[in-house]
Design a protein around this ligand. Structure first.
Ligand SMILES: [Cu+2]
Length: 129
């Protein structure tokens, strides 16, 4: 019985060790507010998800698509990264996007892009230590 308990303990230790070796994907929240994206610049890891949550009185969007932006230069996407667009978000609504491609992102709110409602996300690659 004592040996079995020891064996079980060892197995649990091994499982915890294995899990610890795998990077856990995280979810980070960015507030979509009338004052802009908060924070308007974040750094995350490849595979992480960002939850854009509106607490705003006005309608905003989270848009990284140069074809939709007033100025395509305001949108930055790494090579091979998909475009995204939340559509209109009002208070209490959220939009989630998972970032599987590392690199620098810049997105806009379509309604307030010209007022500087722009956010940045740095996605660090899993291979880069
Ligand atoms: Cu806006």
């Amino acid at each position: 019985m004592k040996n079995e308990m020891k064996k079980l303990g060892l197995e649990i230790t091994m499982i915890v060790g294995l899990l610890g070796g795998v990077a856990q994907a995280a979810t980070v929240t960015v507030m979509v507010s009338d004052g802009g994206f908060r924070p308007n610049r974040i750094t995350i890891q490849q595979g992480d998800t960002v939850n854009f949550l509106s607490d705003a009185r006005f309608t905003h969007t989270v848009t990284a698509n140069p074809a939709l932006a007033k100025d395509p230069a305001n949108v930055v996407l790494p090579m091979g990264a998909p475009t995204f667009n939340s559509g209109d978000l009002t208070k209490g609504q959220s939009f989630t996007q998972t970032f599987d491609v590392a690199g620098n992102y810049q997105y806009v709110c379509l309604q307030h892009e010209k007022f500087g409602m722009i956010g940045q996300i740095v996605v660090e690659g899993a291979d880069e230590e």
